[in-house]
Design a protein around this ligand. Structure first.
Ligand code: MN3
Length: 204
C-alpha cells in the first residue's frame, strides 16, 4: 500500500500571523509531497517493505536493504516528521501546556518557561537543517534533543512528542535570517491537545 500525503488539518492561512499561508502551502504541497513520492519510489523496489508503516521503517532502519536505506531514512523521516508537525500545530493554539504533558514538563524542566528556553536553545544551537525535539526516551524520560536533516528520534528508540522544523523552507519566506524569532513565534501555534495525545501514545 502506497504512502499518502495527509491533508493539512486546517487552512493554509490558519497559522497566520506566526506562519504565513505561502510558507504552509509550499511546505505541505511541495516539500512534504516530495518526501512521500520519494519514499514510495524506494519501497516499490522491495516488496517486504511495502506492508510496513513509515514509523516501523524508521524504527528498523538498519534492516532496510542498503540500496534504499538512505532514501527511506531521509524521505520516510521527512514524511513522519511532517505528518507530526501539521498535527501538533493549529489555529488558536499556544499558551501554557495543559494536561499530563503540562505536568510532566513542569516536573522534568522545573517550569514551562525553562522548558521553552531549553527547547529553543537546542533549535538555535543546531547547525544546518534538522529538527528540535521533545522526546520520550526509551527509558521513559522527557528530553530535549535535536536531529540532523530528516532523522527521526524513532531511529534511536525515542518517541517524538513534539518537534520544530529547523529547515529554512519552514520559515525563510517570512523570517529570513531571523530564525530565533520564528522559534519563539512557533510556540503560539502549538496544539497542546494533540501533543497530549502523542504523550499518551509515547507511553503506550
Ligand atoms: Mn520541512
Amino acid at each position: 500500500m502506497a504512502h499518502e500525503l495527509p491533508p493539512l488539518p486546517y487552512d493554509y492561512g490558519a497559522l497566520e500571523p506566526y506562519i504565513d499561508a505561502e510558507t504552509m502551502r509550499f511546505h505541505h504541497d511541495n516539500h512534504h509531497a516530495a518526501y512521500v513520492k520519494n519514499l514510495n519510489a524506494a519501497v516499490e523496489k522491495h516488496s517486504e517493505l511495502q506492508s510496513m508503516s513509515p514509523e516501523d521503517l524508521l524504527r528498523n532502519i538498519n534492516d532496510v536493504p542498503e540500496d534504499v536505506r538512505k532514501t527511506v531514512r531521509n524521505n520516510g523521516g521527512g514524511h513522519v516528521n511532517h505528518t507530526m508537525f501539521w498535527q501538533i500545530m493549529g489555529p488558536n493554539g499556544g499558551g501554557e501546556p495543559t494536561g499530563a504533558i503540562g505536568d510532566a514538563i513542569k516536573q522534568t524542566f522545573g517550569s514551562f518557561d525553562a522548558f521553552k528556553e531549553q527547547f529553543n536553545k537546542a533549535a538555535a544551537g543546531h547547525f544546518g537543517s534538522g529538527w528540535s525535539w521533545l522526546v520520550r526516551t526509551n527509558d521513559g524520560q522527557l528530553q530535549v534533543t535535536d536531529t540532523l536533516n530528516q532523522d527521526s528520534p524513532l531511529m534511536e528508540g525515542h518517541y517524538p512528542i513534539m518537534g520544530n522544523d529547523l529547515w529554512e523552507h519552514a520559515y525563510y519566506l517570512k523570517y529570513q535570517n531571523r530564525k530565533v524569532e520564528y522559534f519563539d513565534a512557533w510556540f503560539n501555534v502549538l496544539n497542546w491537545d494533540e501533543i497530549n495525545k502523542r504523550f499518551e501514545q509515547a507511553a503506550a
